[in-house]
Design a protein around this ligand. Structure first.
Ligand code: ASP
Length: 438
């Protein structure tokens, strides 16, 4: 049995939490390969080392050398090394790192040093080898994970009883350090799990698993004890941020289950995420509800749109021209709409796009709605239960909320509802109460 364990920032925040990690790892001989994040917040209002490192990058860009911000990074690492009595020349490593940052001040390189230092410390604490992600995690010229990563990782782990691998970064095709997107150590953990042929990928964090809804909005939501990769993808993409939404791709190919565990309550069972094929329907209609605010809907209507060859193609080409991705595209016979993250439409982009759509396809109506929230109701059970959609919409109507948009995902495991931002919380609560407080 091989378990790959990824520990997040709060698990690596200080000496005490690192000792917890050590106890967890050593408590199970199957926990062989450990992937770590950079130290996170120790208390509310504290700084995450990664955020601080992005600020160091700016500091060096302005002045040419590391300064007060880097000293704060140094204090975090050397304080913990002292506290734990590590036999690691942390001051020497930090001096060396400062020089490297001054020589290669890219945001990715500087940010990656949080995971590098954190992994070196964890390896020293456990007394096991450190594996530098630069040597084994490779990206191709487009910035995607290069398949060479898997044999390289396998080779590096071969013959090692245990090892610590730094999360979040790897090496780009140009030989420079690159990071995944924020929260990407989850992806590193999944990559290591696949390379190691793990039986399970344990993702250790500071919550006891996935909740059926955002606990900041719904009081004491139920824990999701198990869900499928597909459900996870839908929920994490829509803002349930326990796990990076891209972490399922590496493990999915090898059918490796993921278990979310809580470093601060290791006895809790957590949430098990299973390959969709192995997922057994537990009788629930809805597995979870998630949502995000601040979308813009561009609505286009034109009589006989259906008969006009290339209509959608021409509108889509304009989105491509502006490098805009859309989240959803609900459409009818004579209508089509695009749901787009509002943040990419600033600085006049929206106005220009609308102008170009008018010129290109001469719509009868072109309307823009902004301040829209999207709510995803997710569950394999929905396709089996009769009347689910009507329950969702009745609950929303009873809460006095007007639905601005509906999209049923073609995967049939989710229904997306758009409402005004001001009704976001109310809608989440109404749908949650309908399905979970029966
Ligand atoms: N430290 C990185 C971040 O804060 C990556 C991670 O923790 O997963 O985004």
């Amino acid at each position: 049995m091989i378990k790959v364990c990824k520990f997040g920032g709060t698990s690596m925040a200080d000496g005490n939490t690192m000792l917890r990690v050590k106890a967890i790892v050593e408590g199970d001989p199957a926990r062989r390969y450990i992937v770590v994040s950079a130290p996170g917040k120790r208390y509310g209002g504290d700084e995450k080392v990664t955020d601080l490192l992005y600020a160091v990058h700016e500091e060096v860009a302005e002045s040419g050398h590391v300064g007060e911000r880097y000293e704060r990074v140094r204090a975090r690492f050397s304080g913990v090394a002292r506290e734990l009595g590590l036999s690691l020349d942390i001051e020497g490593i930090l001096d060396e790192t400062a020089k490297e940052i001054e020589a290669e001040n890219t945001p990715d390189f500087v940010a990656s040093r949080g995971e590098y230092l954190s992994a070196r410390m964890m390896a020293a604490l456990l007394g096991v080898p450190f594996v530098d992600a630069r040597d084994v995690v490779k990206f191709d010229a487009e910035g995607r994970l290069d398949e060479r990563t898997y044999p390289l990782l396998r080779e590096a782990l071969k013959g090692k009883r245990r090892a610590v691998v730094a999360g979040f970064y790897g090496e780009g095709a140009d030989g420079k350090i690159r990071t995944f997107s924020r929260g990407g150590s989850d992806i590193s953990g999944a990559v290591v799990a696949r390379a190691a042929g793990a039986d399970v990928y344990e993702n250790w964090t500071d919550v006891s698993g996935f909740m059926a809804c955002d606990p900041r909005i719904v009081e004491n939501p139920v824990l999701i004890r198990s869900l499928s990769y597909k459900e996870l993808r839908e929920l994490s993409y829509m803002g349930a941020n326990v796990l990076h939404s891209e972490s399922i791709f590496p493990v999915r190919e090898a059918n490796i289950p993921i278990r979310i565990k809580n470093t601060f309550r290791p006895e809790d069972e957590g949430t098990l995420i299973l390959p969709t094929s192995r997922y057994t329907f537990g009788g629930r209609t809805v597995t979870g509800i998630a949502g995000k605010k601040n979308f813009t809907v561009i609505f286009i209507e034109k009589s006989l749109m259906n008969a006009e060859v290339g209509f959608a193609y021409r509108v889509l080409a304009l989105l491509v021209k502006h490098n805009i991705t859309f989240e959803h595209m609900p459409s009818g016979i004579d209508t089509m709409s695009f749901v787009i993250d509002s943040s990419v439409l600033g600085h006049g982009v929206l106005e220009q796009l609308c102008e170009e759509i008018r010129e290109e396809v001469h719509p009868g109506v072109l309307r823009v709605f902004d301040n829209i929230s999207l709510i995803a109701v997710v569950g394999h059970g929905m396709s089996r239960a009769v009347g689910t959609a009507s329950r969702i919409f009745r609950a929303i109507a009873d809460a006095g909320v007007n639905v601005r948009m509906i999209d049923q995902g073609s995967s049939e495991i989710n229904v997306i509802v758009g409402v005004d931002n001001e009704n976001y919380e109310r809608t989440l609560r109404a749908v949650y109460n309908e399905f979970f407080r029966e």
